[in-house]
Design a protein. Structure first.
Length: 236
């Protein structure tokens, strides 16, 4: 059994109700923001509240599900062509951009940090109003794809998650904005320290993947999903 399969066989979340059909995975995106201004690279992580029904007290990367407003929210720029093409290869038109926007919006909502560029204020609706009110527009060029993973069908709460990577230089500021941040605690930790935290198994695996990708940016991007009752590692 490969290391990827070993990690993926220990999914987080409530089990599927016996006899029920597999839950359809919800689209989601999460982003690993890497800071390189110290001796060792550090990654942004946050601790989920203990009251959550899904992964309580675990340390995770910021991210979440698509909101309808993510499809039409303005951005300072668009994704790099290879990143957009990768999304378009697997997803309906527009959904890849919405996932990238969701990752940036959720980072703002959960950590109070903006992956954005200064810009004149523009009208925005829903959860993007507070973001745009900061005088910033999402910086989509900051994002690259690291991997994709679909929660196994044995779990009652499933996600089809795209794991993204961004450099902290694309943040408007390293200072957390006031009155913002859904995560109980956030921290910049080096990759060795991160492995000692209470992590979901897939998060632990993605930390290792990010380290490998920093050494070899052209390495294949993992795609982990179950098919015909078994986890079958592929590449995007």
């Amino acid at each position: 059994m490969s290391e990827a399969e070993s990690h993926f066989r220990k999914p987080e979340g409530p089990p599927r109700v016996p006899g029920a059909r597999a839950v359809r995975p919800k689209n989601a995106a999460t982003v690993m923001i890497i800071r390189r201004d110290a001796k060792k690279p550090r990654v942004l992580m946050g601790k989920r509240h203990g009251g959550h029904s899904f992964m309580p007290d675990r340390w995770v990367f910021p991210g979440g599900r698509i909101d309808r407003s993510d499809y039409r929210a303005p951005a300072a720029n668009e994704m790099a062509a290879p990143v957009a093409a990768l999304f378009d290869r697997y997803l309906p038109a527009g959904r890849g951009r919405a996932l990238a926007m969701a990752a940036i919006r959720e980072t703002w909502e959960e950590t109070g940090l903006l992956l954005a560029r200064p810009a004149p204020q523009r009208p925005a609706q829903g959860p993007w109003r507070d973001f745009v009110a900061q005088g910033a527009l999402a910086d989509l060029t900051a994002l690259d794809v690291v991997a994709r993973a679909i929660t196994p069908p044995s779990v009652g709460k499933r996600f089809d998650t795209w794991f993204l990577l961004a450099d902290a230089e694309h943040l408007i500021s390293l200072d957390r904005q006031a009155d913002c941040g859904e995560l109980e605690e956030i921290a910049w930790v080096d990759f060795d320290e991160a492995q000692s935290l209470p992590l979901p198994s897939v998060t632990r695996m993605m930390l290792k993947e990010a380290v490998l990708r920093m050494d070899d940016p052209d390495r294949p991007k993992p795609f982990m999903r179950f098919r015909q009752g078994a986890m079958r590692p592929e590449h995007l």
